[in-house]
Design a protein around this ligand. Sequence first.
Ligand code: ASP
Length: 348
Amino acid sequence: MQKLSIAALISTVCTLALVPMAVQAETNEQQPIAIAIHGGAGTITRENMSPEREAQFKQALQDALDAGYAILEQGGESIDAVIAAIQLMEENPLFNAGKGAVYTYTGEHELDASIMRGDTLDAGAVSGVKTVRSPIALVRAIMENSRHVMLSGAGAEQFASEQGLERVENSFFNTEHRYQQLERALEQLREQEKTGDHIAYQSNWDPNFNMGTVGAVALDRQGNLVAGTSTGGMTAKQYGRIGDSPIIGAGTWADNSSCAVSATGHGEYFIRFHVAAAICSRVKYLGESIATAGEYVIHDTLLPAGGTGGVIILDRDGNVSMPFNTEGMYRGSKVNGKVTIGIYQEEE
Ligand code: ASP
């Protein structure tokens, strides 16, 4: 009797201890995991893309998705997934971020990046760094280990060194195809100066000069959203120009109560229309789906004003929306194991 009741007691205690764990595990298993990425938006058409180049981009997107998703699948955090995906693209010269970043007017590279967590609304951002190999790693360090949200230039580089992050020569980011873009852009700017058209970047500006910004949004088993963006900005940018990518709310936003967004496009417009936060505010306050909110901001607001580009959006249910108002946007998502990769318009 005595023995039995002890056995019963042990069994009850074990059951009580195990039930919450089982429920917890079940809850986590039911929580969708997802990652979406972009590699820039612009005039990308089948006609001006060779099959080899298309295959290279698709492979790069697949690799970045897989790297981020593997972390989520192992129960890792969305912040680590976002960083892993973006770092692969920063290292790939195909993209305008890290190696392969565009050139400034004076022939250098100035990199911008930002990151935001949807659970705490913590954020980190950096603009105009010239020697930090991985700007996305730097913004994470700024978010986690500094008293500030946004750092710039030399101070940000000093902080990177203090954090033990890798510094490189500015020439590390050089690529021949970006240099040729700079030459074409400078030629165009000189033409505009001659004709007195100083609205550079607005009229006749080839949007492909800036294309290739990278970004990622992810959702982990804990239900946390994170968004991150990294870029070299705009070809031939001058006077320490800062785009939308490092501006929290413009190029990057994450809030567990609405959605996570990373943007790419003509930064001046994305800043003025506060694109990433505007989308999530519509979801939060108007109860719109991410698809409706994204459509409204990208097509009905930005485009009529002259702003070109796109966004990737992810919500806590693992829904992904990737609207853009340009001919193409390098993009991809992996949701509960299902992969989608697209470049052109009709591939939604
Ligand atoms: N949004 C970036 C910027 O304006 C460029 C891009 O995404 O193409 O700096």
